[in-house]
Design a protein around this ligand. Structure first.
Ligand code: CA
Length: 234
């Protein structure tokens, strides 16, 4: 299990980033200030925002480098190239300008990991296994008991979101905002429709539990959910 220390004061960046990394099997410990970063466990990786409320990110980077060789990737919103150059000079391993996708970040982490410590190579294993269900983020293919599921992009995205934290209820609002977009028009019925088609493709409605009025959660059926009984179609 790969652990990262995310140093980021902006909640709207940190929260979806931690969710996204979880889908790659990466655990995020988050702090919001430079002072906290300097006393926190560093994990396998440090993702460092440069614009922090207390200490400048460049200084945080310099001080971390004095005590550790942990790979550091700077997350920078600044257009100023000198910060990036300075950061790399004082020992950051790479930088990523905001906005970026989780996929881009993980690709950078893999590249940095190849150059640095072997433990980080675990990042290269993006397959999520839940009983007989496997989700391969690399190929964007979900399989049930080895058989590929023919999912639409929305169904796939919905499944990966629920599968990122199995057993946890995901709010309807969060699903709509993540899989569709903020202020998605049409909302509830569309979500229920996609849940229904996804359940049908999973062959067992118990995979996706509806917490009425709250949201949905992914549950591995107790008998494994190995598809529909013989003779049933759909
Ligand atoms: Ca910031």
């Amino acid at each position: 299990m790969v652990r990262v220390l995310l140093v980021e004061d902006d909640e709207s960046i940190a929260e979806p980033l931690a969710d996204g990394l979880r889908r790659y099997g990466i655990t995020t410990d988050r702090v919001t200030t430079g002072a906290e970063a300097l006393s926190a466990p560093l994990g396998d990786f440090v993702l460092l925002d440069l614009g922090l409320p207390d200490i400048d990110g460049i200084d945080v980077c310099r001080r971390l480098r004095q005590v550790s060789d942990v790979p550091i990737i700077m997350l920078t919103a600044r257009g100023d190239e000198t910060d990036r150059v300075l950061g790399l000079e004082i020992g950051a391993d790479d930088y990523l300008p905001k906005p970026f996708s989780t996929r881009e970040l993980v690709a950078r982490m893999r590249a940095v990991g190849r150059r640095t410590r072997a433990a980080v190579r675990e990042v290269a294993v993006p397959e999520n296994r839940l009983g007989p269900l496997t989700i391969d983020e690399r190929t964007r293919q979900a399989r049930l008991a080895g058989a590929p599921l023919a999912l639409t992009p929305k169904e796939y995205h919905l499944l990966t979101l629920l599968a990122a934290d199995p057993g946890a209820v995901v709010d309807r609002r969060r699903i709509l905002e993540t899989v569709w977009e903020p202020n998605f028009f049409g909302r509830g019925k569309t979500l229920d429709f996609h849940v229904a088609t996804l359940r049908r493709k999973l062959g067992d409605p118990r995979w996706i539990e509806n917490r009425r009025g709250v949201g949905f959660r992914l549950v591995v059926p107790t008998d494994g959910g190995y598809g529909p009984p013989a003779g049933r179609t759909g």
